[in-house]
Design a protein around this ligand. Structure first.
Ligand code: C5P
Length: 422
């Protein structure tokens, strides 16, 4: 149980903004949980949000009148919108729709909620929620990155079944998870002298999905847990983190910018674009080695009288090797960390990859060990790196992926100065 002194929400004034998504029905539970955590809660709803949940519900739960309009003389005669903006310690928008994100990213003030966001110096947090295609859209990703740069903390979205029948990223984090994120003591936030402060870390994570036809694909069992743990560790150590993620059911770590991709080619494109200007590039994704030469336009049908089916595959680019190669030509020099999942001769194969792919460091896992590696919460690793003095290594015993991730990031930071010379 959280004690009152450890609960940073106790006594805080939360302005809960609700926009027009189906997840708005969960905002009622969120308001209750915030009240239970000891917050003062006032609710502002956009016009569209009221089609999903009534102001009366939120009024009953918070004990406060719900504000819905900027141009409401009666409400303005009470607590005017500027006073309300000053009143809030935290503005929490849940759900935040694609439209609201776009308006906030542009600095618009075309309704009460967006006006309050501009007028308030409160801490700003949002939980995006929308259809998976809308979330993945380049415009929404651009807005999410802009909002993060502007100081917004984005919680989620989570991946999974969606109200519209789709499956993918875009679900609002559950109210309990949102409150758990908010309740974390401030001491867990990166501090001034965090060792990765000022560095940009780019991480690939999860599997890739290579379409065969509109309904089938080639993929693998990567859960993305290790890559997400690395992103969390790097952010906690103060880095700006961009996570390029294949399809996984994990929510975005706090303070991390996430770019969702499906295929190896999409991951390649995003990696090339970001690697040129980052300080550390970590290739943790389990990239499919091959893709269909051409995905069929229509569903591939069973053929009567034929027992076999031959698929024609072509090799995907080796993303990390390409990033490591690119940096020399472009003059940009990210420190490049790769992963090697092996079932035998771990060290020999890992050393070969370190040299052949021109990596600066490699994290080698024995994936034949029970309870470790793919999908598990724990992992062990052999770390090998190259620096000015030649090659060095360290063996990390089985431990939670979160701890292992921290050790990997700390080792990479230790190798950054002096910069590796090849
Ligand atoms: O060659 P192998 O797949 O074992 O190498 C693993 C390492 O290479 C990982 O860091 C992985 O993210 C990266 N990789 C890549 N692009 C590929 C294949 C692997 O970036 N096409």
């Amino acid at each position: 149980m959280t004690t009152q002194s450890a609960n940073r929400l106790f006594g805080r004034r939360i302005l809960l903004g609700i926009s027009a998504g189906i997840a708005a029905y969960k905002s009622a539970q969120l308001a209750r949980l915030l009240k239970q955590a000891g917050c003062e809660v006032r609710v502002v709803m956009t016009e569209g949000a009221q089609a999903f949940i009534t102001p009366l519900t939120l009024q009953a739960l918070t004990g406060e009148a719900v504000r819905t309009s900027l141009l409401d003389p009666e409400a303005e005669a009470g607590m005017g919108h500027i006073e309300l903006a000053r009143w809030a310690d935290i503005i929490l928008i849940a759900p935040a729709t694609a439209d609201l994100m776009a308006r906030l990213a542009q600095g618009m003030a075309d309704d009460l909620l967006t006006t309050l966001c501009l007028a308030s110096e409160a801490e700003k947090i949002m939980a995006p929620a929308m259809n998976q295609a809308m979330w993945r859209h380049v415009a929404t990703q651009r807005n999410a990155a802009r909002l993060a740069q502007d100081g917004w903390r984005l919680l989620g979205p989570a991946s999974g079944d969606q109200a519209c029948g789709d499956v993918g990223p875009g679900r609002m984090l559950e109210p309990e998870a949102i409150v758990a994120e908010l309740i974390q003591p401030i001491s867990e936030a990166p501090h001034e002298n965090a060792p990765a402060q000022g560095l940009h870390v780019v991480i690939t994570a999860g599997p890739t999905r290579e379409p065969l036809d509109p309904v089938r694909y080639l993929s693998n069992h990567s859960s993305g847990k290790m890559g997400f743990a690395l992103a969390t560790a790097a952010a906690e150590l103060g880095a700006r983190v961009t996570l390029i993620s294949g399809p996984v059911s994990l929510s975005t770590p706090a303070g991390v910018e996430r770019i969702d991709v499906e295929t190896a080619l999409q991951m390649h494109e995003a990696s090339r674009r970001l690697a040129a200007s980052c300080d550390i590039f970590i290739g943790c994704a389990a990239v499919a080695d091959y893709r269909a030469e051409a995905a069929a336009e229509h569903k591939i049908k069973k053929r009567e009288g034929e027992d076999g089916l031959t698929l024609s595959l072509v090799k995907n680019p080796d993303i990390i090797a390409d990033v490591a190669k690119q940096r020399d030509a472009a003059g940009g020099r990210p420190f490049v960390v790769g992963f090697a999942a092996e079932t035998r001769d771990l060290e020999a194969y890992a050393r070969d990859k370190l040299v052949r792919k021109r990596l600066d460091m490699i994290v080698a896992n024995d994936v034949s060990a029970a309870g470790l590696g793919f999908g598990a919460d724990d992992n062990a690793a052999l770390l090998l790196w190259r620096n000015g003095e030649g090659e060095s290594g360290a063996s990390l015993p089985p431990q939670p992926k979160t701890q292992l991730a921290r050790a990997v990031i700390e080792r990479a930071l230790g190798c950054l100065t002096p910069r590796p010379v090849h």
